[in-house]
Design a protein around this ligand. Structure first.
Ligand SMILES: *[C@@H]1O[C@H](CO)[C@@H](O)[C@H](O)[C@H]1NC(C)=O
Ligand SMILES: *[C@@H]1O[C@H](CO)[C@@H](O)[C@H](O)[C@H]1NC(C)=O
Length: 190
């Protein structure tokens, strides 16, 4: 009986030893996006931080689904501000999404709940009114909602898709601190 207790004790000790080893390894992998959370302007340091994130090798990443010809993840439940949404997409192995063309826009919009904002990675943070994809830096396909892009607020430069359910679905500009659902893409082609 005494022997058994000793063995069990040893196993527990060893187990917790390995456990803490694994824990400290995890801590060494720094997520560059952590720094972004402290930055006031969401566009600061963006390209630097993107480059520093190791690209996941698995393709498509888990949870991403084929919509038209590309893989997307549409977050229907969780609402995050633009910075956090961009970070979440990266942690999932993708990027905040941009849209290829009209056909793809329609296919995505068909999967969105009406009257709900979904952040995308289309942005003009380098040159105002010159909208590019966050993932590739290429000029973005734009399907603006009526009256957009409308710079009403000073910090209003984060793009989301909104489906009015009356044929006026499309892109809108809004404050980056608003919390919305979001759409991630898997590739860096667009
Ligand atoms: C972010 O940008 C600031 C100034 O633009 C620079 O001093 C800082 O080193 C950058 N940080 C990262 C993580 O690139
Ligand atoms: C998003 O939320 C994080 C965490 O609360 C915050 O640090 C960051 O400044 C926010 N970003 C924007 C653009 O509001």
């Amino acid at each position: 009986m005494l022997n058994h207790t000793a063995v069990l004790f040893f196993v527990l000790l060893t187990g917790s030893h390995y456990g803490s080893l694994a824990g400290s390894e995890d801590l060494e992998i720094q997520n560059p996006w952590d720094n972004l959370f402290q930055i006031q302007n969401p566009w600061d340091n963006l390209s630097t931080l993107l480059k520093n994130i190791p690209k996941k090798t698995e393709f498509p990443p888990p949870k991403f689904r084929l919509i038209g010809s590309r893989y997307f993840y549409i977050e229907q439940q969780i609402e995050q501000n633009w910075t956090t949404a961009a970070s979440t997409c990266r942690q999932m192995g993708g990027y905040l999404a941009a849209i290829k063309d009209e056909e793809e826009a329609q296919a995505i919009i068909a999967r969105l709940s009406p009257f709900v904002f979904y952040y995308v990675g289309i942005n003009d943070h380098e040159i105002k009114r010159s909208f590019v994809s966050l993932a590739s830096g290429k000029p973005a396909f734009l399907k603006w909602s009526k009256g957009e892009p409308d710079y009403v607020f000073h910090d209003q430069n984060c793009v989301s898709i909104f489906n009015f359910n009356d044929n006026d679905e499309g892109l809108m500009l809004g404050p980056c601190s608003n919390k919305h659902n979001f759409i991630c893409q898997a590739d860096v082609e667009i």
